[in-house]
Design a protein around this ligand. Structure first.
Ligand SMILES: Cc1ncc(COP(=O)(O)O)c(C=O)c1O
Length: 385
């Protein structure tokens, strides 16, 4: 019992500081979510284009892929017997969309980030990561044998100084710069054009850009910020997930074919884990084409995002957002929890985000918008903040 007492005390402490996390059961209906009998506008969804909520799409998919013919398990890693043709087809679709570059699929964005970075680095590798990159990249760096330095958030001058400092070090053979394009907690963006220009000055540098929150949302064809800024061909390791705007599951890498072949031989989460079920891959392929065509949804999302950013700042709150992820930073964890409870009472489901997910004293109410939301709804939200 004494062993469990320790864990209970830790939980009690988390509760006292407003940092206790727990699951909540919910039912989702389009733009709305119902929790404990209360129906609220869902402002915590990653279904940015509303495609996961779109029942007709599911019916269309079912017509094309009769359930009785689909496999619901791949039963092994792709290197054994798990490499169903759905995998090859979807990677071909991705490759065509991303200017003919090679594509490789992973079971999730988390798998992708904890797998690629350790596989591509050794003790002569230096990883330079933005201070605010997602936990999955931090975990990937921790699992690697690379040297590791973080640069100040979105401070490309600081990054350049660090590259210059280590570039002539004979102990360092390659550097991997790791960033997100749209940051998951602040909703701000990396200047990808400037980042690419920096990389091009240094021959030891490779870029690793995670587009988890930008795929589907940005660019003429929804291929992310790299599409928007026309730098798809310039990012060595362009990654993203299908679990958000793409209404599915899994991660992807767009890269040189040499890197793809190398990872198939070295990346542990790819080699030692059962591949996603073929039905999921077929759905990802189906929905990815819808994502590319979803221009109206992208435009609407962009418009309501800009309107909300302005309204939040006009109300006197600090928010660094330039995207559909709009945090309202309040400081103390308890304040974020109270704000969340208060907006929920007014019919808006926005979650508090607290340390350690975000830096200390920057707890926030995190709003993530979807194209199913109208600005009138957001005006009502701002009024009750
Ligand atoms: C930037 C970023 N990368 C990767 C992931 C993990 O992706 P997945 O949910 O597909 O595991 C997330 C998840 O929130 C994320 O925000």
């Amino acid at each position: 019992m004494a062993l469990l007492d320790y864990y209970q005390q830790q939980l009690d402490q988390l509760k006292q500081t407003g940092n206790l996390r727990q699951f909540t059961v919910n039912q989702q209906q389009g733009a709305y979510i119902e929790i404990a009998g209360r129906k609220m506008l869902n402002l915590s969804s990653n279904d940015y284009l509303g495609l996961a909520a779109h029942s007709q799409l599911r019916e269309e998919f079912q017509d094309q892929h009769p359930i009785s013919r689909c496999y619901f398990s791949s039963s092994s890693s792709r290197l054994l017997t798990g490499n169903f043709e759905e995998y090859e087809q979807f990677e071909d679709s991705l490759s065509q969309a991303f200017l003919g570059r090679a594509a490789l699929l992973f079971n999730s964005g988390y798998h992708m980030n904890i797998g690629i970075l350790p596989a591509l680095s050794d003790s002569k590798t230096l990883i330079l990561a933005d201070k605010l990159v997602h936990a999955s990249m931090i975990d990937g760096i921790r699992l690697s044998t690379a040297k590791y330095v973080r640069y100040r958030h979105n401070d490309l001058q600081h990054l350049t100084q660090l590259i210059e400092k280590y570039h002539d070090d004979p102990q360092i053979e390659r550097m991997i710069v790791v960033t997100e394009s749209i940051f998951s907690m602040d909703g701000d963006e990396t200047d990808l054009t400037a980042l690419v220009r920096i990389k091009q000055r240094f021959d030891k540098v490779m870029l690793y850009v995670d587009e988890a929150h930008a795929i589907g949302v940005r660019g003429e064809d929804g291929l992310g910020c790299a599409d928007q800024y026309k730098v798809i061909a310039d990012i060595d390791l362009l990654v993203g997930t299908f679990g958000k705007a793409c209404a599915s599951i899994g991660g992807y890498l767009i890269c040189d074919p040499i890197i793809r072949r190398y990872l198939i031989n070295t990346m542990r989460p790819l080699i030692f884990s059962t591949a996603l079920p073929p039905i999921n891959i077929a759905w990802s392929d189906f929905i990815f084409k819808k994502v590319m065509a979803a221009k109206t949804e992208r435009l609407h999302l962009h418009k309501i995002s800009q309107d909300l950013q302005k309204a939040i700042v006009a109300k006197g709150y600090h928010s660094p957002s330039t995207s559909h992820i709009v945090p309202i930073i309040v400081g103390a964890s308890q304040t974020a929890v109270e704000k969340s409870q208060s907006v929920q009472q007014h019919g808006f489901y926005a979650m508090p985000v607290r340390p350690p997910t975000v830096p200390r004293h920057s707890a926030r109410l995190r709003i993530s918008l979807t194209s199913l939301i109208q600005f009138d709804d957001l005006q009502r939200l701002v009024a009750c903040l």
